[in-house]
Design a protein around this ligand. Sequence first.
Ligand code: F6P
Length: 350
Amino acid sequence: MTMRVGVLTGGGDAPGLNAAICGLARRLLAANAELVGFADGWRGLIDDAARPLQHADFQHLLVYGGTLLGSSGDNPYRDPATMVPKVLATIARHRLDALVAIGGEGTLGAADRLFTEHQVPVVGVPKTIDNDLDATDFTFGFFSAVEVATRAMDDLRSTAESHGRVMVVECMGRHAGWITAYAGVAAGAEAVLVPERPVHLEELCQNLARLRQAGSRSAIVAVAEGARLHEDGKCLSSMDKDEFGEFKTGGAAATIAKRVQARLGWEARPVVLGHLQRAGKPIAFDRIFALRLGARAARLVLERRFGYMSAMRSGEIVDVPLRAAVAARKTLTDQFLDRYESFFMPIGGP
Ligand code: F6P
């Protein structure tokens, strides 16, 4: 019997999403399965916005950023009493034998609950540029984002040096500093500020002052949007949450630049990389990585092994229970922070 498989992409987009859809679709269509694409993440199942996906849809898809299906952060568990029944009805209406959810913590968390609470036959594929899912070594899109951030910091060097300025470069990452850490270290930033370590602005300014006294004309400070800034013993960062329960971020670079300039008289400018980190084509690694994760998810579907997702473990593509993906957030380890101590600790030593 022909299998009917639904697919959705949820949460913030990540370069490689289309490649993951491609990897999934190629293997499923080769096995004569029918594929139904849902629009805008879980929203497509709540509203029943669907369309059949054919070979022609995937022909040139692999190389492009974004997602063919559209995405949103919506989630049936935002209002389970009304939304979960709608999702279940859509699944029944389309006679789906399986549903593949490609997403991060929120999207996969909903998939896991639908599997455990309603026996929905789900398979997951992990994605987030933030790289903060615990069950996989890396998520696709992360290294593409790191590449954007690294190049931006490299490029900012020349203008920082021309004008004798501090450039404070804000990277994405609400809870985890992976992008900031990889890009900051790769670009040789003078300070790398991540959510995993509190940032004391007095200390940062002292260190920058020391750097300047030692003859530096310019400096690059890499800061994660979720970095917790402290001044005079008080936390300056907002603890407000948005409609999806996420911390509202933004403004870290502006706050730091303002304080550095005021305290040191050293001209400082904020640069927010924002959605540029999710934009554009995925780098080759992410295309191949995503393609493989998608293909592995197709295999799980064809073997009817539900409640699992594809993942990378010790460099191999494997499958792990969906529950593992949402059990813990992967933040920068002490080992990582210690290995690059000089970037995260006071510049030029204590
Ligand atoms: O989860 C990925 C992420 O890129 C975060 O780093 C960032 O804070 C967030 O998405 C921004 O998403 P939005 O598209 O809703 O602004």
